[in-house]
Design a protein around this ligand. Structure first.
Ligand SMILES: [Zn+2]
Length: 293
């Protein structure tokens, strides 16, 4: 793993989301978890060399951020929408898919029990562990349940998938307008060492590029809607972004599918009603960021 500050370690080159941990004077806090069980077991050994794991924080509801929680014995903290999504996940189907990620994954998935968040927040939450302060701020965008995790003493922000740095951006359940608000919230933070959800480490200088790509996507689909295309026509025709960025690690070949998902979701967003029940979760309100930090 890469040490990015005196107490923060991150991994950005394995399949699934970026994840990391923070060493404090009172144990370790992990942010997001690996998608692959074999990677989770490797991370577990890296953490055990350095101390006791106290908490896991998940930044969003997608499975590549929480599948690996199950391999650690620590309470999970996340937005309440992440808990709802996990509890509503068809785990048999989820486990079957993760089991295809490699030859050694199925054995580790026997008896899989997801480690869902037991401490949840809506707008924000702060925890203090040893000498470190972890501030979680709800920033809907990529999904309605994103959170940025700010490690105050290290100047580091785990941004969730509101940033895809140099790899294809998934907008399959995004609210593009809230996402642009989220990027401005990130810009206003004091901290400038960003661990994006996917791709290499970056800073505020990437926010403009991320924002303009989201705006371009929205305009691209709006143009199709304005020209009278049906959803099916738009999903089939809107392929110009396919080679704009590479896919993230071990996602080669998935770009055409991501283009279809992005176009379909943005079509729904622009023509309503949105969000569809499939992505809204049960009874979780859409919330704007609580302030403009
Ligand atoms: Zn995601």
């Amino acid at each position: 793993m890469k040490q990015v500050t005196s107490n923060v370690w991150v991994e950005t080159e394995t399949r699934g989301c970026n994840f990391g941990f923070v060493t404090t004077t009172d144990g370790i806090v992990m942010i997001d978890s690996p998608h692959k069980p074999t990677t989770a077991m490797w991370l577990k050994s890296e953490i055990e060399k350095r101390g006791l794991l106290r908490y896991i924080i998940n930044t969003e509801p997608h499975g590549d951020h929480w599948t690996g929680n199950a391999f650690f014995d620590a309470p999970v903290i996340a937005h309440e929408g992440v808990r709802t999504r996990m509890l509503n996940t068809d785990m048999a189907e989820h486990v079957a898919r993760v089991g295809t990620f490699g030859p050694d994954e199925p054995a580790l998935l026997e008896g899989y029990t997801a480690n869902a968040p037991v401490i949840t927040f809506r707008d924000s939450m702060t925890i203090h562990v040893g000498g470190h302060t972890f501030e979680m701020i709800h920033m809907p965008g990529h999904t309605l349940y994103q959170a940025a995790v700010i490690v105050k003493e290290e100047g580091v922000v785990f941004t969730s998938d509101n940033i895809f740095h140099g790899v294809q951006t998934w907008l399959h359940e995004a609210n593009p307008d809230l996402w642009l608000v989220a990027l401005e919230s990130l810009r206003k933070l004091n901290e400038d060492i960003f661990v994006p959800g996917h791709g290499a480490m970056c800073g505020k200088d990437y926010l403009d590029e991320q924002g303009s790509f989201i705006s371009e996507w929205k305009d691209y689909v709006k143009d199709a809607v304005d020209r009278g295309m049906t959803r099916e026509e738009a999903v089939a025709a809107l392929t110009k972004m396919t080679d704009r960025y590479p896919m993230d690690v071990e996602q080669e070949g998935m770009a055409p599918m991501v283009m279809r998902l992005n176009a379909g979701n943005l079509y729904d967003f622009l023509t309503g009603p949105w969000p569809p029940a499939s992505i809204s979760g049960a009874a979780v309100a859409t919330r704007l960021p609580s302030d403009d930090r």
